[in-house]
Structures are given as structure tokens and as C-alpha cells.
Design a protein around this ligand. Structure first.
Ligand code: HEC
Length: 142
């Protein structure tokens, strides 16, 4: 009897976890496309992923990316969970396959209207934005 209850609880938990993971990927995407010439740009070859990691985790202002996008890039940071739409889950290749390096650069610089994604173009230099783009793509986007 006790065993049946434990098994039932375990399968409910597993089901919930699977359902949650599925709803987080593929993600609906509210962000608009960058102008096509910028979306086609890619300056990550010379960028510095180690510097990008520092900015992602705590250096970036007004807010470190990690606060929303999560330390493991899954979009589940402390502030991110409460946002609608949820921050991008960089580990979700079904969604990220449509998000180029140049698209990322443009949105990090300018923000994404009517979402919680804030513009970082006043506080990060272009080369620092490319560093962060490289870190994210190298770590999570495959
Ligand atoms: C306050 C929370 C918050 C912070 C801080 C934040 N983001 Fe976002 N980000 C979001 C949300 C919300 C979206 C929009 C998701 C959508 O399009 O549905 C988003 C979208 C994105 C996208 C996806 C663009 C696309 O075209 O799909 C990228 C790339 C991104 N953020 C990178 C960053 C980086 C890098 C930082 C740090 C410099 C950062 N974000 C900081 C909340 C945040």
C-alpha cells in the first residue's frame, strides 16, 4: 500500500516535470526580427567568451543577464520566472535555431519592446555585446 502511494507520487512528479520542460521548449517568441543586414552580421570570431561570461553573470548593467535568463541559460533566473513572456531559453535549440548571432546582438543592444528584455546599448560597448553573444552561443546554442 505504502509502496503504491510512493510510486503514484513519483509518477505525478515526473509527469509534471516533463510537462514543464515541454512548455519551456519550443518557446513562443515575442521578440521582433532585427533589420536583415544586422541579423546577418556575426562578429563573434574575434570576441572573448570569458569576458562575455563575466558580463552575463554579474557585470552587465542595468541588470545581469543571469537574473532573468538563468545561470544555466534556461530562462529560469530569479526575475525571469515571473515575466510574461518568459526570457529566452538559450538551451532550447528548437527556438534558438531561428535566432542568429546578429539578431541577438541587435536585441541585447536595443531591447525587445513589450517584453522584459531591457536595452543594454547605453551601458555595454558593441564589442562587449559580441563577447556575451559568443559566450551564450558557445555554451548553450548547438
Ligand atoms: C529583466 C529580465 C531580462 C534581463 C535582465 C535580460 N533579458 Fe534577455 N530577454 C528577456 C525577455 C523577457 C526576452 C523576450 C522573450 C521573447 O521574445 O518572448 C528576452 C530575450 C532575449 C534574447 C532573444 C532575442 C530573440 O530574438 O529571440 C536574447 C539574445 C537576450 N534576451 C539576451 C540577453 C542578454 C545577453 C542579457 C544581458 C546583457 C539579457 N538578455 C538580459 C528578459 C531579460
Amino acid at each position: 500500500m505504502k509502496r503504491t502511494i510512493i510510486l503514484t507520487i513519483a509518477s505525478i512528479l515526473l509527469f509534471t516535470a516533463t510537462a514543464w520542460a515541454a512548455s519551456n521548449c519550443p518557446q513562443p517568441r515575442k521578440t521582433k526580427s532585427a533589420p536583415s543586414n544586422i541579423a546577418a552580421m556575426d562578429h563573434t570570431a574575434k570576441a572573448d567568451a570569458a569576458k562575455g561570461k563575466k558580463l552575463y553573470e554579474k557585470g552587465a548593467k542595468p541588470l545581469a543577464c543571469k537574473m532573468c535568463h538563468g545561470e544555466s541559460g534556461d530562462g529560469m533566473g530569479k526575475l525571469g520566472k515571473a515575466l510574461k513572456p518568459n526570457p529566452r531559453n538559450f538551451t532550447c535549440s528548437a527556438t534558438m535555431k531561428d535566432v542568429s548571432a546578429g539578431q541577438m546582438f541587435y536585441i541585447i543592444k536595443n531591447g525587445s519592446a513589450s517584453t522584459g528584455m531591457v536595452a543594454h546599448g547605453k551601458t555595454l560597448k558593441d564589442n562587449e555585446i559580441w563577447d556575451v553573444v559568443k559566450y551564450i552561443r558557445q555554451t548553450w546554442v548547438h
